[in-house]
Design a binder for this molecule. Structure first.
Ligand SMILES: [Zn+2]
Length: 422
């Protein structure tokens, strides 16, 4: 078997050994390949000594594949190797490829990776050759170059840097391109869980630009988080939040749950308390707490759980006519523990499907500040539009504060006071 392979295809010990990777456990492919070559040469040597002419021819045919260590034996039998044949598969470069671990370890170190994984990309030509070799020799005991390079570089980088391999959630993916031997790092995003307060109005949650590329609002919560991106030297920052308040509403209380994603961070570790202080010193209209790293699953959970979170609001409400203080208590009662039927508000109907939602309004409290001025507090199920709960939105929201007070009401200021934690 080994002779039939080497007769047609010169291979280096590593590439030969790889064809039998599932045999002789505990040895490297190179050791395995050398063992096979040694036993083959020993057998042929013996037959040549016995005067077997066929064996001499066989030895001559495979001689160009054999490494230096066999030359003493070949010499003794008078077999000269005119020209060594490079390995048909790797061209004799496998050792160089495995030596790429030095570059890989450098990258893992310089990025201060918490964990890593090695990925190998083979050129089409190389993987076709490998397939052909396995197929024509009907080998089922082999492994691929990709597997060997991945495993060996991984082992060596781990030994050199002490940084563990993590197949599930690696901090950094080290990519190795063969046969070129290019090594580069793909730092995986860092996700940090926290909460934000928005203490000003006319601030969007994320950067919001028009089709012409102009900004709709000068400032966004996302902008205020920039120091975190800078601290991790990332390419981009994405803000994932549990729901979003209107741009003209403040987000107060203890803030809204969020996850900040920093993409392609070139630095993977930073002191979150220091960054938190930096954020809060620089942000004029925001306040942030950073709690710690989370996984992608957490982001999914954060986004889907928003609808179930209860929220508390405070609104400043104006009326088109003086309100009777006696009616306020009645209004509070009829707007506590009720279901509100709300058709998609006119102001968002251009970007949301036109449907009727039923949301729970747990509690309403009203304080009259002036004959035509109210302060209203609401505790509601997530997703209830508060401005429309006040105005009635031309009958699209029912019941509404306007309908129960029999006046045309308008919300002039809105604050989110509390977002329930899951
Ligand atoms: Zn090779």
């Amino acid at each position: 078997m080994v002779y039939r392979i080497l007769e047609k295809t010169p291979l280096c010990p590593s590439c030969l050994g790889r064809l039998f990777a599932s045999r002789l456990r505990g040895y490297s492919n190179r050791e395995r390949g050398l063992a096979l070559m040694r036993s083959l040469v020993m057998e042929l040597e013996h037959r040549v000594e016995e005067g077997d002419g066929e064996a001499r021819l066989m030895l001559e045919r495979i001689a160009p594949s054999l490494p230096q260590e066999f030359y003493q034996s070949l010499d003794r039998l008078g077999i000269k190797v005119e020209e060594r044949a490079p390995c048909w598969l790797c061209g004799g470069r496998l050792e160089d490829w495995l030596g790429l671990h030095r570059r890989a370890a450098e990258l893992v170190r310089s990025l201060r990776a918490e964990s890593f994984v090695v990925g190998v990309v083979l050129s089409k030509a190389l993987s076709q050759r490998e397939d052909e070799l396995l197929r024509t020799n009907m080998v089922t005991t082999g492994e691929s170059i990709r597997q060997e390079v991945k495993r060996e570089i991984g082992k060596r980088v781990m030994a050199e840097t002490g940084v563990p391999v993590d197949f599930e959630r690696p901090g950094v993916t080290i990519m190795v391109t063969l046969p070129q031997g290019i090594v580069y790092a793909r730092p995986n995003p860092i996700l940090v869980k926290g909460r934000y307060l928005k203490t000003g109005r006319n601030i969007s949650q994320t950067r919001w630009t028009t089709r012409r590329g102009e900004r709709r609002f000068e400032l966004s919560v996302q902008d205020m988080l920039e120091p975190l991106r800078e601290a991790l030297d990332g390419a981009e920052l994405v803000l994932h939040a549990s729901g979003r308040e209107d741009t003209d509403a403040r987000m107060l209380g203890d803030g809204r749950p969020m996850v900040v994603e920093v993409k392609e961070p070139r630095r993977r570790r930073t002191s979150l308390p220091v960054v938190e202080t930096l954020l809060n010193t620089r942000a004029k209209w925001g306040w942030f707490t950073l709690e710690g790293p989370v996984t992608r699953d957490y982001v999914r959970e954060l986004k889907t759980s928003d609808q179930h979170r209860r929220k508390a609001y405070r609104a400043l409400v104006t009326s088109d006519k003086p309100l009777d203080p006696g009616m306020l208590e009645e209004a509070e009662k009829s707007l506590s523990g009720v279901e509100i039927r709300q058709r998609t508000p006119q102001r968002v109907s251009h970007r949301r499907a036109d449907v009727v939602r039923v949301k729970r309004l747990y509690e309403t409290r009203l304080v009259q500040l002036a004959p035509r001025l109210l302060q209203a507090y609401f505790l509601a199920e997530g997703g209830l539009y508060i401005k429309e709960l006040i105005s009635g939105d031309d009958g699209r929201t029912q019941p509404s504060l306007s309908s129960v007070l029999g006046a045309r009401l308008r919300c002039v200021e809105l604050d989110v006071l509390w977002v329930e934690s899951s």
